[in-house]
Design a protein around this ligand. Sequence first.
Ligand code: KG4
Ligand code: ZN
Length: 364
Amino acid sequence: MARTVTILGLESSCDDTAAAVVRQGPDGAQILSSVVHGQGDLHSAYGGVVPELAARAHAEKLDICVMQALQDAGLTLADLDAVAVTAGPGLIGGVVAGVMCAKGICAATGLPLIGINHLAGHALTPRLTDGVEFPYLMLLVSGGHCQFLIAHGSDDFTRLGGTIDDAPGEAFDKVARLLGLPQPGGPAVEAEARNGDPARFAFPRPLLDRPDCDLSFSGLKTALLRQRDTIARDKGGLTRQDRADLCAGFQRAVADVLAEKSRRAIKRYLTQVPAAPVMAVAGGVAANATIRAALQDVCAQTGVAFVAPPLALCTDNAAMIAYAGIERFLTGARDGMDLSARPRWPLDRTSPAMLGSGKKGAKA
Ligand code: KG4
Ligand code: ZN
């Protein structure tokens, strides 16, 4: 690729306000800067993201993040080729704030505008970090999303399956709340589980009786609630060990289900006869060591390379949006000032939309 392209990316679809500059040159893509301003403190008292608070905070912080990203990159707006912005799916007030900010920059500078699907940003990250070639298999596992995709091209994805209720991160967060552990629940549950016996309590393995790649996590959370209440009734309260064993049992069940469904997704992916088969992961849940090890095992057994981008690029960030913008820019894609913010935007236009809305907005 002879041409050098430099793109500013903006992300504001959930509870992180982010801006980044990414450059694609003859030697590949390089992140020149990546600024993420989290809103955790703003929402911590409410047990979830409050959309109105999130939208206002994005509107306040976006331009500050943009200026910081340009400064960190040592560039000005005049050095850019385009502005890429998350245009959905997500919490609509935040998405609108990002789209308006990007339009303002483009209107003032004449730079081209490119609307990006947030999920495409996650799904294309293995190309940014590891130069992975199409087609590859992608597992998105975060607080808001859970789906298996085959990435054929920068705007060409097939969804093999996804959660029919909670996303796994959402389930970790709810379990933490049920056990009085802090938010975000994933790291807290993982830490407790280290001292726990995963075999002490029986947890179901939802949807393994179905041959497809769909998943379900809300039943695991309910199973844990029942076990918790039984212990509390019989013994008057939970000991530290009870809590650790519950966390370990829940985590083991999530890992088993993700591993088995990954095995099925890999089987379908391999029918595409990829030259160098790869399964990549993205999303905060991919940070979980037990889950990661289970996925790595499945990949090793099936002869598929396992790619896990660094955690800062697995969770929400704007470098992935800028990079997806580069891929779209190079295909000639441009948006006009009529670009609209979309609360729902399935990556695979041929699959039915995922039902339900998580604590972080529409599932897709
Ligand atoms: O990708 P992410 O930062 O944000 C979105 O959901 O978009 O993912 C956050 C989610 C939270 O639900 C959090 O509890 C979960 O990822 N998470 C984990 C771990 N670290 C973060 N879940 C399980 N184990 C972890 N170590
Ligand atoms: Zn995300």
